[in-house]
Structures are given as structure tokens and as C-alpha cells.
Design a protein around this ligand. Structure first.
Ligand code: SAM
Length: 239
């Protein structure tokens, strides 16, 4: 089913240095997002909770958000062994049971849903789901609906297209913003990220994401944060 180009550990290694500069300079507003996530998790879970993260990368955002929360079980999935090794080091600051799985998120969700052995209070993903095509996103959200506990939350932090904006227009807008505002990056870094955006990014509109969520019996969608350039959103989807 996957007719889109896929990323690999090798791809991760080649591109992570540029992405790390983006994180260091907070160009994708990970600091603000971590703050919103921390507040949500502390307000919503005054009891112990479990969290499954899809495409955790180095888990730096998650670590910030999980400090001083009631997390008891964390599971991070990523295609890249290199990313998971960094995630594991970063997550050492958090006192909870931790599992790291190197695999494709869609494959792991299929297996977890089929086994019916585990469920989670929170399933979250930041800046990953847009790599899937529409049918894969649909299936992913369906599996998430089976794996969430009652009153669980699906947190989808991702790039989002404007209604009426085409994929091409979105990529152009993203690229223009990078050239204008990501001034600490070299032209080589910009070019690496630009290639990534045009090749791997398939953002949906908020309305499409909402429609998929409703199709799989989620009852409410709330946008808790939009970045300054209006290219990404923090969506909270309740069952
Ligand atoms: C842009 S980074 C985001 C990392 C982190 N969540 C963040 O917000 O900084 C995308 C991450 O998703 C991983 N990834 C991409 N597609 C994936 C897939 N289908 N299955 C598992 N991991 C995937 C990549 O290896 C990478 O670590």
C-alpha cells in the first residue's frame, strides 16, 4: 500500500544534523509545543498514565513535557536505531517503565491492535504522520482508536495544510518561511530540508484530519496551538 518514499536509519543519520539545528533554534516551536503538552498532561492526568509515541525521534520534546507528570509507562517507536539510542539516553531523566521499538509505526500499531494485549491513555505523534498517504493515515487513526483507553487522548502535532491550499502551495509557503526566518541555517541545511519537504511531506487540512477522527468514533477535536507561520498545529483528539 505504501507508494510513498520511506525514510530509513541511513536517511535519519544524513538529515538529523540539519534537523538538530532546527530544534536548537526552535524554528518549529518545539519549546512552546512542549509547554502546551506538559500543561495538558498535568491538567488531564492527575492519576498514573501510559503514553505511546509514534516516531519519537530523539524524544527531546517528550522528555521536557513529561518532567513532573504522573507517567508510569512510556513506549517510543521509530524507524531509526540511531534516533532510538538518543531517545533512550534523553528519556533516562524520566522515572517510568520504558520500551523502545525500532519499526514502522503502521506495522507496530497493526500488531498491537491485533494482539489486544495493551492499551494506552495517550497516543501521541509529533511531525511524523504527514509522511503517510491518506489511506495510511486513515488506517493509523483507526488502529489508534482501538488502542486508546476510555477517556484517552490522541495527540497529533503535525504540519497542516490550510483549507483550499494545495500540497504544492503548502510546500512553497513552507519553503518561503524557511528562507525568510531560519537564518541560522546554512544554505546546504535549507536545501536538505527543502528536499525533504517536497519529497516526504503530505500534510492534510484540519478538516480532513477531523473527518478521519470522526469516522473512527472520536468525539471531539481541539486545536491547542498553532505555530507563528501557521504551518503546524497541536491537535487533541478525544474518544
Ligand atoms: C521530523 S522527525 C520528528 C521527531 C520528533 N517526534 C520531533 O517532534 O522532533 C520524524 C521522525 O519520525 C521517524 N519516522 C518517519 N517515518 C516513520 C515511520 N513510518 N515509522 C517510524 N518512524 C518514522 C523518523 O525516523 C524521525 O525520527
Amino acid at each position: 500500500m505504501n507508494n510513498l518514499p520511506t525514510q530509513s536509519d541511513d536517511y535519519f543519520k544524513k538529515n538529523w544534523v540539519s534537523y538538530e539545528k532546527v530544534l536548537t533554534n526552535n524554528y518549529m516551536e518545539h519549546q512552546e509545543i512542549a509547554g502546551v503538552l506538559h500543561k495538558l498532561l498535568t491538567d488531564y492526568f492527575q492519576k498514573p498514565f501510559s503514553l505511546l509515541e509514534l516516531g519519537c525521534g530523539d524524544a527531546s520534546l517528550t522528555v521536557q513535557a513529561l518532567l513532573d507528570t504522573n507517567i508510569t509507562d512510556y513506549t517510543g517507536i521509530d524507524l531509526s536505531a540511531t534516533a532510538l539510542a538518543i531517545a533512550q539516553r534523553n528519556m533516562a531523566q524520566i522515572q517510568c517503565r520504558q520500551t523502545f521499538i525500532q519499526d514502522d509505526i503502521s506495522t507496530v500499531l497493526e500488531e498491537l491492535a491485533a494482539s489486544q494485549k495493551q492499551s494506552f491513555d495517550v497516543i501521541m505523534s509529533s511531525f511524523v504522520v504527514h509522511h503517510l498517504n491518506l489511506a495510511q493515515k486513515d488506517r493509523l487513526i483507526e488502529q489508534i482508536s482501538h488502542l486508546l483507553k476510555n477517556q484517552g487522548i490522541f495527540i497529533l502535532i503535525d504540519i497542516v495544510r490550510q483549507e483550499e491550499e494545495t500540497q504544492e502551495q503548502y510546500c512553497q509557503r513552507y519553503s518561503e518561511n524557511m528562507h525568510q526566518n531560519w537564518t541560522e541555517l546554512s544554505s546546504q541545511d535549507i536545501s536538505i530540508i527543502e528536499n525533504h519537504v517536497y519529497k516526504y511531506d503530505f500534510p492534510e487540512t484540519q478538516a480532513t484530519l477531523y473527518r478521519l477522527a470522526q469516522k473512527h468514533n472520536f468525539i471531539r477535536l481541539e486545536c491547542l496551538y498553532k505555530d507563528t507561520s501557521n504551518t503546524a498545529q497541536f491537535l487533541c483528539i478525544y474518544n
